[in-house]
Structure formats: structure tokens, C-alpha cells
Design a protein around this ligand. Structure first.
Ligand SMILES: Cc1cc2nc3c(=O)[nH]c(=O)nc-3n(C[C@H](O)[C@H](O)[C@H](O)COP(=O)(O)O)c2cc1C
Length: 167
């Protein structure tokens, strides 16, 4: 069961990152909606909120756009700390100091329900077309992890390739 959090109409959700996407600031509303405290978010990469339903190409387009010093806007489904989710319409652009790009900022607003349903379908289709690889996060006992890495190294292949061979 994944619970959706409704983004309030009358509040803005703001965050800023350094040029590598590491969070440098969040407002209280951002923290509240994501389920993290601001201390837990600041210093962490912004992909801490990445939901597996989001197609990779959306973030590629986002980064290509903002790196070219243009602003990007789009629909984003984020994952809360409790694994629930929330949809936002995000506008991301540069923060300039004396004409130099120093950070990025994102201002988000709520997404109407029909649009959330529409975007879910669009992103599901996009992911299917992109043939996305599974994103697997595994916690192994330290010794097992070491053995896996060692065996892969001996064979001159990656740990992912070794796991695929074993299946
Ligand atoms: C200002 C700013 C705000 C961002 N906000 C989000 C966000 O709310 N959720 C998210 O998943 N990624 C956000 N990103 C994009 C992440 O940096 C990252 O590219 C994305 O989560 C995909 O993760 P990955 O590149 O590790 O696959 C933001 C990036 C910037 C620069």
C-alpha cells in the first residue's frame, strides 16, 4: 500500500541545490510533504526523493536544460520517506550571483487529480519504451558483498554481470 499525500493549494514547496544536485536548502513545507526533516535533506543528493515510476529520460531532459542555463518545468512524482508518494509541478532554474550560476532552485505547485492520472499513464508508457533496467537495492552481509566483488574482479566482469550469469 502506497499512500498519496495531497500537496496543499496555498503553500509553495521550495528547494535549492548546488550545481551537482545536492540539496542546500528546503522550506518547511518541502520537509513536511516529503516526510523528512530539513536536517535529513540538506547535504543529500536530490534523488533521495526519486520515485521508481519516474522515467530516466525526464531527469536527463531536466539536467540538459538547466545545464544549458535554461529553466525546466514538468510533472514529478516523488517518494516520501515512508515510501508514500506525492505529485508536483516543478519549475527549476538557476540562481545567479554577480551574473554567475551558483545554484539551482525548484518551486513546486500541486497537480490536479486528472493530470496526476494522465501523467502516471504517460510515464508508465515512457518507462516501458525506455526498457528501463531494474533498479535493485540489496543489503548483503559485508563478507558476502566482499566475496561478490572479489569473484567479479577475478573474472574481469562487473558485479551486475556476475549476478546475471548466476541466474
Ligand atoms: C533544483 C533541483 C530540484 C530537483 N528536484 C527533484 C525532485 O523533487 N525529485 C527528484 O526525484 N529529482 C529532483 N531533481 C533531480 C535529481 O537531481 C536527479 O537527477 C533525479 O532524482 C534522478 O536521479 P538520478 O539522476 O540519480 O537517476 C532535482 C534537481 C534539481 C537541480
Amino acid at each position: 500500500m502506497f499512500i498519496e499525500t495531497e500537496v496543499p493549494e496555498d503553500e509553495v514547496i521550495i528547494s535549492r541545490t548546488d550545481l551537482n544536485g545536492v540539496i542546500t536548502y528546503v522550506n518547511d513545507t518541502f520537509a513536511k510533504i516529503s516526510g523528512y526533516s530539513s536536517e535529513e535533506l540538506i547535504g543529500r543528493p536530490h534523488n533521495i526523493l526519486r520515485h521508481p515510476d519516474m522515467p530516466r529520460s525526464v531527469y536527463k531532459e531536466l539536467w540538459d536544460t538547466i545545464r544549458a542555463e535554461k529553466s525546466w518545468s514538468g510533472y514529478v512524482k516523488n517518494m516520501r520517506k515512508d515510501r508514500g508518494y506525492y505529485w508536483v509541478f516543478a519549475e527549476i532554474s538557476g540562481v545567479y550571483k554577480d551574473g554567475t550560476l551558483v545554484e539551482y532552485k525548484s518551486i513546486r505547485s500541486p497537480v490536479p487529480r486528472e493530470m496526476r492520472i494522465k501523467m502516471q499513464h504517460i510515464y508508465d508508457k515512457m518507462r516501458e519504451e525506455e526498457h528501463e533496467a531494474w533498479r535493485a537495492v540489496m543489503y548483503l552481509p559485508f563478507a558476502t558483498g566482499e566475496k561478490l566483488m572479489e569473484a567479479a574482479k577475478k573474472r574481469g566482469i562487473s558485479a551486475e554481470e556476475l549476478i546475471s550469469e548466476l541466474l
